[in-house]
Design a binder for this molecule. Structure first.
Ligand code: NAG
Length: 287
């Protein structure tokens, strides 16, 4: 009899753990179709593991059971309209001077923040009951941190950063770890040449980034979200709550970097095992 009771207890215990599903909030602040697709792999995995996932995003997709999209409809317009009006060709961007690229990106992030706050989706999330429980928040961070305002509303669930980008500056700021410009190329540089001038340029880019964000961009973001949330701590303080950061880095492609233990490279996460060729034999005769 005693064995029976132990067995029943064990079955109930295992059953309980298998049914346990978390409510996960994914905040896709970086507007980009490629990031959207990359994170789709992550959310598909979470849903397959039985979790209930809510994705807040400027991209669109159809909700399904356990995967709910909240659409931030104004962000693309807010970011791309000024570019269209000034006749900027997005594809020339990579050819610009790295310092100009930096300025261009800083406009991008503040416009995107304004787009988020103005979207109906922002209100949809704001209208969630204050006691709604999210067990985890995942945030795509390199293009702004305005959506972190919701951490306070949901009583500070654990925060994880995840991005399809291999940029490291911001991670160093929030994890309070060293940034070594000698071998970390700044995001707007195509490569880091091993010359004194190239190293100096890289060092200046990192320094300009740090001060410009600290004194101009982050305070500007604080100002934008303060129209919507009162008594919010500075967004940078909210960002520092992150426990783990996963980014699209692999030493084989991006070069060796010194990472703290809570920063994990998950490069290639989106790659699927190729499907086997089926049907008619593959014809290698090209004539
Ligand atoms: C799952 O997420 C949706 C969207 O956020 C929410 O409305 C629903 O209440 C959640 N389900 C559970 C069981 O918490």
């Amino acid at each position: 009899m005693r064995v029976r009771i132990a067995e029943i207890f064990l079955v109930l215990l295992v059953g309980h753990y298998q049914c346990e599903s978390a409510n996960i909030l994914v905040l896709e602040e970086l507007l980009s179709p490629s990031h959207f697709l990359w994170l789709k792999k992550v959310t598909a995995g979470l849903v397959a593991a039985g979790h209930n996932v809510t994705v807040v995003t400027p991209g669109t997709d159809v909700s399904s059971e356990n995967l709910h999209y909240i659409y931030m409809e104004k962000v693309y317009d807010m970011v791309y309209k000024p570019l269209d009006e000034s006749g900027t060709d997005f594809f020339d961007f990579g050819l610009m001077n790295p310092f100009l690229q930096f300025l261009f990106l800083s406009d991008w992030v503040t416009n995107s923040c304004k787009g988020f706050v103005a979207s109906d989706g922002w209100q949809v999330l704001k209208n969630y009951p204050d006691d709604f429980k999210f067990d985890l928040v995942i945030h795509d961070f390199p293009a702004g941190i305005c959506m972190l305002s919701f951490l306070q509303k949901f009583n500070y669930p654990p925060l994880v950063f995840m991005t399809a980008y291999a940029e490291y500056n911001f991670i160093a700021y929030v994890t309070k770890t060293v940034l070594t410009p000698a071998y970390s190329p700044y995001a707007t540089l195509a490569e880091l040449k091993p010359t004194f001038l190239a190293r100096l340029e890289n060092f200046l880019l990192h320094t300009v980034d740090y001060f410009y964000y600290k004194f101009i961009i982050f305070p500007e973001m604080d100002r934008i979200v303060s129209s919507s949330f009162e008594n919010l701590p500075p967004l940078m303080e909210l960002a520092e709550r992150t426990i783990i950061t996963m980014f699209n880095y692999d030493a084989a492609i991006d070069g060796v970097r010194q990472l703290p233990p809570n920063v994990i490279g998950v490069g290639g996460l989106q790659i699927e095992k190729p499907k086997e060729l089926t049907g008619v034999g593959f014809n290698t005769n090209l004539h």
